[in-house]
Ligand binder design. Sequence first.
Ligand code: NAD
Ligand code: UDP
Length: 315
Amino acid sequence: MNKRKRILVTGGAGFIGSHLCEMLLKQGHDVLCLDNFFTGSKDNVIHLMDDHRFEVIRHDITREIFLEVDEIYNLACPASPVHYQYNPIKTVKTNVMGAINMLGMAKRVKAKVLQASTSEVYGDPQQHPQPEDYWGNVNPVGRRSCYDEGKRCAETLFMDYHTQNGVVIKILRIFNTYGPRMQPDDGRVVSNFIIQALQNKDITIYGDGSQTRSFQYVDDLLLGMTGFMGTPDDITGPLNMGNAHEFSIKELAEMVIDMTNSRSQITYMPLPENDPVQRRPDTAYARELLDWQAQVPLREGLVPTIAYFENLLRR
Ligand code: NAD
Ligand code: UDP
């Protein structure tokens, strides 16, 4: 059993955050789930509410807050393009002001702080797969910039608080992650395709479907994320975390149709602006540092994910 700690999870009522809260409670820690419920939901954490070691705080991380904790996982930020483009200025504020507030708290109480960064810091990458020392290819003035540049600036702030103030930081670059509790309306490819397939509606492929992504099941991410938090204080990252198997979007569509026995047809729609052509993590550093690699194959992780959406549609 790990030493009992008090751990803050910002964005704790979201898809990844709710799974993280659950895992940390199982490990015996006290968990503070902070969320403004923009894209998260109480439904995601309702099953944890009876646990006296679990607290929910309704708060927006763009505003300061004073808490006493040992560790902070900073996940608060809308993650799907539909949601982060809804109010792009707010997305930048959440990333930048939120990072400053969480880093200030970490500095004050000497907490370790992990930043949920993203493969989007690589933009539309010109190097493939993407290692951590690749600086990326990001449009600073496009539709995705509020998220990409917001996350890049947050990484800068994390590194500067580390070098200037000695804050113990962990920068984790998360690649596309899926699993139960993704929101049905978030427009991301896995949730969209599953819902369309379950309803026998057209599967909407943007572009010709040859663009690629690497899909990581949420359980794999959580093991790596908590493992990274436990590394010695001088290990800062950035560290990539994602599944090393790459699929085209068309392959994903065909797999989902097959697994749901759907009558859906594929329909092709225009590709959104600055949509990355290919994306796959170089995970050599995660293997070396944590002896970690994603274990759950896409076809396996889709089973509980499809079951989750089936259940949701039945309600
Ligand atoms: P999500 O939208 O389900 O969760 C984000 C949570 O943050 C939500 O509960 C939302 O209400 C909350 N939130 C948003 N703005 C906030 C604010 N200003 N103050 C307080 N709470 C706020 O998304 P997710 O997929 O669970 O992503 C979690 C984190 O992981 C995000 O930071 C995201 O950028 C990062 N990430 C996710 C993926 C992925 O594939 N899911 C990939 C890379 C990085
Ligand atoms: N996509 C698609 N159909 C959809 C939703 C997304 O073809 O209904 C494509 C999208 O254009 C992108 C890929 O799937 O190329 C992954 O999109 P998502 O929004 O899930 O994540 P991101 O682009 O941030 O990796």
